[in-house]
Design a protein around this ligand. Structure first.
Ligand code: TYM
Length: 332
């Protein structure tokens, strides 16, 4: 079976609808067709400042949410990045074949470092995409399910795999992005030209899976839309309505055409109100399952330790080949 790998940062208490619809939903779907490795990337989560106690709790919360939305430890390998030291070890080697200019061109780094102030941005933030490449390449992943914002990072992962293979002999599988176009960029409710983002959206722009559904419904009712009334899907001229229709369609399983027909002549108010209810019905069971996983931290830890052990078997093997190929010292 082909391999998939993907990761998510524990940088907020809750995942938002962008994380779920752009990526995690596909993680769930790929469990049966693929040999799947999914990772809570806590090492990536310290690149822009953090609180240690909060981070540890958020890693648990992230794992609990992943289980709540449908990851099944019997059908995939779920683990926390810092439990598998080979990620950081491979990142060092890959960093040595990455150009400074090449890393400087990463748009997420440019955006985030500009927001923090260039003097304060860490080297970790700069080398972040190299650690991400290490995550993926360690597992010889064929495909990586992510949202549109990760496309450039995946391009770098592919380049590094090909470069290493050329320099030192075939070692890595070259990974392909798995980006499902319809929901690859869920936008900010308050700014429908920007992506919904943990780090840069205002609270009113984000719908969190673990938030009070009444609050989410209110945010949806206040979503920025154009001054028209007619519900049609046009991402260019009506990005706000297009975003709401995209979310509605993905959560309800109804096609966009079906929704457009259903709201013909009814205006934005009805659409927003109904979407609030769709979101409530969707997050209710997820919140309940998240709570029950968190209520049994020993079981959660057991499962994550077992996941890390399984992941490590693959990681150790790949890193061994890498150390050998690059000529690291080995006693005879
Ligand atoms: P992160 O934690 O920011 O986001 C997790 C996943 O959610 C997707 N996503 C979105 N999709 C659609 N619309 C949105 N508004 C939206 N916002 C976020 C992201 O594309 C991502 O797939 N660098 C990664 C984490 C990572 C990783 C990896 C991913 C580390 N190592 C290896 C894949 C493979 C990140 O920051 O994701």
């Amino acid at each position: 079976r082909p391999r998939v790998f993907s990761g998510i940062q524990p940088t907020a208490d809750s995942f938002h609808l962008g994380n779920y619809l752009g990526a995690v939903r596909h993680w769930v779907a790929l469990q049966d067709s693929h040999d799947a490795f999914y990772c809570v990337v806590d090492q990536h989560a310290i690149t822009a400042g953090h609180d240690p106690k909060v981070l540890r709790q958020r890693s648990r919360l992230a794992a609990a949410q992943l289980l709540a939305v449908g990851l099944d430890p019997e059908r995939c390998t779920l683990f926390v990045q810092s439990q598998v030291p080979e990620h950081a070890q491979l990142a060092w080697v890959l960093g040595c074949i990455t150009g400074f200019g090449e890393a400087s061109r990463m748009t997420q780094f440019k955006d985030k470092s500009a927001r923090q102030g260039n003097e304060r941005a860490s080297i970790g933030l700069f080398t972040y995409p190299i650690l991400q490449a290490a995550d993926i390449l360690l597992y010889q992943a064929n495909a990586v399910p992510v949202g549109e914002d990760q496309r450039q990072h995946l391009e770098l992962s592919r380049d590094l795999a090909q470069r290493f293979n050329k320099l030192f002999g075939r070692t890595f599988t070259v990974p392909a992005p798995h980006i499902v176009k319809d929901t690859a960029k869920i936008t900010d409710l308050q700014d429908p030209t920007a992506k919904m983002s943990k780090s840069s959206s205002s609270p009113g722009g984000i719908v969190d899976l673990l938030d009070d559904p009444a609050r989410s419904a209110k945010k949806i009712r206040s979503a920025v839309t154009d001054t028209g009334r007619e519900v049609v899907f046009d991402a260019e001229t009506k990005p706000g309505i297009a975003n709401l229709l995209t979310i509605y369609s993905a959560l309800s399983g109804r096609s966009i055409d079906d929704l457009v027909a259903a709201y013909d002549g009814r205006g934005y108010g009805d659409l927003k109100k109904d979407l609030g209810e769709v979101v409530r019905d969707f997050v209710g069971p997820i919140q309940e399952r998240t709570r029950s996983h968190l209520a049994d931290p020993a079981q959660l830890d057991k499962l994550l330790v077992a996941g890390a052990e399984k992941a490590r078997q693959v990681a150790v093997e790949t890193l061994g080949v890498v150390y050998d190929r690059v000529g690291f010292y080995r006693p005879v």
